[in-house]
Design a protein around this ligand. Structure first.
Ligand SMILES: CC(C)(COP(=O)(O)OP(=O)(O)OC[C@H]1O[C@@H](n2cnc3c(N)ncnc32)[C@H](O)[C@@H]1OP(=O)(O)O)[C@@H](O)C(=O)NCCC(=O)NCCS
Length: 376
């Protein structure tokens, strides 16, 4: 009988003061503050400060933090040249991972692991990741990059660099809320990857690069794209009922529902649903929202008893689509925000570091002869 814990399920492998999750009650808190009021009233910048400092900033502190972040928006000419070298058909997650990795090459001390150094490097990666995604997306559309707007918030600046026009306040608010909601979530797979890498006293660029790689998988950050693919497959609101029922009868999963940890309504989905509705109406995507809410209604009737509710990905899809993001930018959006969580976890890991090195249970044979190659 193997003693290995498959998928490390139930294993507590780190301590954190950043996010608390109670899956039974549908609770997520950042540093003790419930996610719903944060999404409604905070900003992404304030949330990053909260996660990295374990307290809310005073106004002057937030201004100073925002100023530092905004000062780091512009990418270097060598980073811009590397983005130009990316093939037009590359996937944005591969581009983001490659360019974040390359940011180490322009850092005179990339390997420094003192807290202030890691924080400064994390801030630069966080500030520049939006420019990387936006510049690459414009390039593949045959458009020139748009210089960042250092007077704009993280959310406004990204949408400005992507579209070359200022977002509406509703759009900026919805995007900012998505950034807040995705910033941290316990010891998920990409965060664990980040902590494993930094625990070797490697560098923050390697840790975040590895985390982006882990996030890309369809079992992790890729699910929001799956929701949009599904919504595109459903031609109209009337077609939702037969589509969902058909899938459930065939024992297929409905994307954007269910969660390994939450067995109640994902607290990140509550406010997102309101934002998705408003944004969809404002942008001529009311049909998309109507299809989403019909899917939710049928799922509520059919499977809520099993603890299957919408997760954060479900209404992110309508929100991102209404903002005008292409499907393959959905997972990069998750990455832009989660860089905050990854950096915070790297800082926590380094505070009381111990190399993360679990064991594997050997299940192969013993006492095998070595057969010379010509005799095999
Ligand atoms: C996230 C997920 C992997 C968690 O799965 P899990 O904790 O292993 O849950 P289980 O596989 O044990 O599912 C429990 C029951 O709910 C059902 N179920 C779970 N998710 C479902 C979904 N999305 N649609 C329909 N039924 C679902 C299962 O079929 C199972 O039913 P059964 O007991 O009759 O066999 C799963 O819910 C899923 O695949 N969701 C869709 C993908 C997704 O949105 N991922 C993003 C997560 S943030």
């Amino acid at each position: 009988m193997s003693t290995a814990s498959k998928g490390l399920e139930g294993v507590v492998a780190a301590e954190t003061e950043m996010s608390f999750i109670d899956g039974e009650r549908g609770v997520l808190e950042y540093v003790g503050i419930a996610i719903d009021p944060l999404a409604r009233h905070s900003t992404f910048e304030e949330t990053v400060f909260l996660l990295w400092n374990k307290r809310l900033p005073r106004r002057a502190e937030l201004d100073e933090f925002s100023r530092s972040l905004r000062g780091l928006y512009p990418i270097s000419e060598s980073t811009a040249a590397l983005i130009r070298a990316m093939p037009a058909d590359a996937q944005p997650m591969h581009v983001l991972r490659t360019i974040v990795s390359a940011l180490a090459l322009e850092d005179p001390a990339p390997n420094a692991t003192e807290p202030d150094a890691v924080r400064a490097k994390g801030l630069k990666i966080l500030a520049q990741a939006p420019a990387i995604v936006a510049a690459f997306d414009r390039q593949r559309r045959g458009l020139d990059p748009v210089a960042p707007d250092s007077s704009a918030s993280f959310a406004e600046n990204f949408l400005w660099m992507l579209n070359g026009e200022k977002p509406t306040p509703t759009m900026a608010r919805a995007f900012d809320a998505c950034m807040i909601l995705h910033a941290d979530h316990g010891l998920n797979a990409s965060t664990f990857t980040c902590r494993v890498i930094i625990s070797t006293l490697s560098d923050i660029y390697s840790a975040i690069t590895g985390a982006i790689g882990a996030l890309r998988g369809p079992l992790h950050g890729g699910a929001n794209e799956g929701v949009m693919v599904m919504l595109n497959e459903i031609p109209s609101v009337d077609a939702v009922e037969p589509y969902v029922m058909g899938k459930l009868q065939r024992k297929e999963r409905i994307m954007g529902f269910g969660h390994r940890v939450y067995k109640a309504y994902d607290p990140r989905a509550v406010y997102l649903k309101t934002l998705a509705k408003q944004l969809a109406e404002d942008t001529g995507n009311a049909d998309l929202y109507a299809k989403s809410s019909k899917v939710e209604e049928i799922m509520e009737r059919e499977v809520a008893a099993k603890g299957i509710y919408p997760n954060v990905d479900f209404y992110s899809a309508t929100t991102y689509h209404s903002i005008g993001l292409k499907l393959d930018l959905f997972t990069p959006m998750f990455a832009l925000s989660r860089i905050a969580g990854w950096t915070g976890h790297a800082l926590e890991q380094l505070e009381a570091n111990r190399l993360i090195r679990p064991k594997a249970e050997y299940v192969g044979p013993h006492d095998q002869p070595y057969t010379p190659i010509d005799e095999r």
